[in-house]
Write a protein that binds this ligand. Structure first.
Ligand code: F6R
Length: 608
């Protein structure tokens, strides 16, 4: 997915464009470029590969100018070369583009017949030429763009920069997201709130079909009929994802792949990327400083996100957590302090046991906070405060993107709690939030392991049983890995705390038993490796998920090692969830089960 940014500012545009593009790296890209106006003339720098290559070029050959557009390109039409990188420019105009211009061939043929010469293989360049033709015919930029947009079919967003107009950029949204950022005497365009975060938190999201004329003073939005229209300005992004499989074979695959984007959306709601702080509503109905403990209840995968959060709340905020499976909690008659905080977690917001747990907590005088994906759900309505996950609709029965978004919200809450309780310094908070802001990119990198994991799934598909091991926050992930595998592939799987292995399950180990070990290189890595050696000594077949350092130190004991990128310890459960989901998914696909609707399971469990 390409990323777009635009600036009509009061300081050098190029470094700002690159800073913003860095935020968009998570979307995935293979080339990048920026264009600015230098003394009224369009100048560009573009580079194949990583953003660092573009930054190097700009270091060697800087661009002046206070107005500009930038782009990270994920190649669709034409190879990821510098020649195909955006911005594309012709006399009078430069353009960046996300999405696809479906009718570009016929448009290009028509333009070539009129003598226009093309430099790239992209669909984007036709847009530059079409606007160029209108400018040559004497139209001003606004009416030129207005004349060209109706000629384009497809799903896309666009941003334009014009020769001689250092007070203007124009954006258009049709199918792909685009937002306007409101600064002080400056204005911005961006693919999402993350791109705009270095500049402003005040954002107006364009509706589909809208196009916008942006100057330093403000913006004028027109709808697709050309009527000037007002869209609200807000501080956060609502998720509006289409409920379709797109290019994917199953909803589960699509939802796994959406994670970089939806985690990004969710993060944008709970952290301030510019200040690197958490950002929760000021009017919370509880005070982190007054709490003696937190009670969490949920079911299935949602419960496992809560189990990860127990480690975070206790470590970051020194706040003890009691966590229960909701079906147990509701009948356990647990004594609760009045005025304490209970957290329920649910994708659907309708799970009967979680709802019953919520009602029990309320009856005990607790404040109830809900982490929910469906904001209109019963659990959302009955809670005192909701922390929405912005995962968008989750259709596959096996929860994937809702889980990582639950973790994202819980991480932000635990950091906010730590800061409020004085157990985290401002510096600690900044480092942790910085780590979180890297998760969308890390998630995208984790998705690139898919071909390797697909190969691995063929081995796993032949096993009758599997064991997942982890320590610390990787322990709930081991439970989640086993749950995912059994529910969609019907292979019997168990998750264990690695240290618990020798207290029983080690009796299962022989040369037929795959043992999936989740062990990022962290402060307890060596302990997990000892447990792994115990498995290796008994002929168990080890599949190790770790990072480069972990692979170096312990990869030899494993039959297969999957190497994830390096990342801060606090975010490993969010990122490592992705290959774990992919492993279950591809195993099930290989076996040929009904991945999106596994037998006997329902997406929303409204009975106990
Ligand atoms: C597993 C899964 C279930 C749900 C559980 C709770 O992949 O999807 O274990 O996590 O049924 O559902 P919600 O989150 O809707 O309360």
């Amino acid at each position: 997915m390409c990323g777009i940014v635009g600036v009509v500012g009061n300081e050098a545009a190029a470094p700002r464009l690159v800073a913003s593009l860095r935020r968009l790296e998570y979307r995935g890209y293979d080339s990048a470029g920026v264009a600015t106006l230098e003394d009224g003339h369009i100048t560009r720098r573009r580079a194949e590969g990583r953003l660092a290559a573009l930054a190097d070029k700009l270091d060697r050959s800087p661009l002046a100018g206070f107005v500009g557009i930038g782009h990270t390109r994920w190649a669709t039409h034409g190879a990821p070369t510098e020649r195909n990188a955006h911005p594309h420019a012709v006399a009078g105009v430069a353009v960046v583009h996300n999405g696809i211009i479906e009718n570009f061939r016929e448009l290009r043929d028509g333009l070539i017949a009129r003598g226009r010469r093309f430099e790239s293989d992209t669909d984007t360049e036709v847009v530059a030429h079409l606007v160029g033709v209108e400018l040559e015919a004497g139209r001003d930029p606004v009416s030129a763009v207005g004349a060209v947009l109706p000629k384009l079919t497809g799903a896309f967003s666009l941003a334009f920069l014009f020769e001689g107009r250092d007070d203007l950029i124009i954006g258009a949204r049709r199918g792909s997201p685009l937002a306007v950022g409101h600064g002080r005497g400056e204005m911005f365009l961006g693919s999402d709130a993350i791109a705009l975060a270095p500049f402003t938190a005040r954002v107006t999201y364009l509706d589909d079909g809208d196009w916008v004329v942006v100057t330093r003073e403000g913006c004028t939005i027109r709808d697709e009929t050309g009527k000037v229209i007002t869209r609200p300005m807000q501080m956060s992004q609502a998720s509006a994802l289409l409920v379709e499989k797109g290019n994917h074979r199953h909803f589960m695959a699509k939802e796994i792949h959406e994670q970089p984007e939806v985690i990004g959306h969710t993060l944008a709601r709970y952290v301030d990327f510019a200040a690197e702080t958490t950002r929760l509503p000021a009017d919370l109905p509880f005070d982190w400083r007054d709490l003696k403990r937190v009670v969490i209840s949920a079911c299935g995968t949602a419960y496992l996100s809560g189990l990860v959060a127990k480690y975070w709340f206790e470590r970051f905020a020194r706040l003890p957590v009691d966590i229960d499976i909701a079906s147990e909690f509701r009948y356990r008659e647990m004594p609760l302090d009045a005025d304490g905080l209970s957290i329920v977690i649910s994708q659907s917001g309708e799970t009967a046991d979680t709802l019953a747990a919520l009602r029990y907590c309320k009856a005990q005088g607790q404040t109830v906070a809900a982490i929910v994906n469906v904001p209109e759900s019963t659990i959302a309505r009955e809670s005192d405060v909701i922390f929405p996950t912005l995962a968008g609709p989750e259709i596959g029965v096996a929860s994937t993107k809702a889980f990582t978004c639950q973790l994202t919200v819980l991480a932000a809450l635990a950091i906010a709690a730590g800061r409020a309780r004085g157990t985290l310094s401002a510096e600690d908070e900044r480092a942790l939030v910085h780590g979180l802001s890297e998760v969308p990119r890390l998630a995208a990198e984790a998705l690139r392991l898919e071909p390797q994991i697909e190969g691995l799934a063929k081995i796993l598909a032949k096993a009758p049983d599997a064991l997942y091991l982890g320590r610390g926050t990787s322990y709930p992930l081991a439970l989640e890995g086993a749950l995912k595998l059994k529910e969609i592939s019907y292979i019997h799987a168990e998750g264990y705390a690695a240290g618990e292995l020798k207290h029983g399950p080690i009796a299962l180990i022989d040369e037929t038993m795959p043992v999936i070990v989740i062990a990022p290189y962290d402060r307890i890595f060596e302990k997990t490796v000892s447990n792994m050696q115990e498995v290796a000594a008994r002929g168990g077949r080890i599949i190790l998920f770790t990072d480069a350092r972990g692979a170096d130190e312990a990869g030899e004991a494993a039959e297969v090692t999957i190497v994830l990128p390096d990342m801060p310890a606090a975010v490993t459960p969010i990122v490592y969830a992705i290959p774990i989901q992919l492993l279950a998914y591809h195993t099930a696909v290989f076996i040929g089960t009904d991945v999106d609707q596994p037998r006997n399971l329902a997406k929303s469990v409204t009975v106990e």
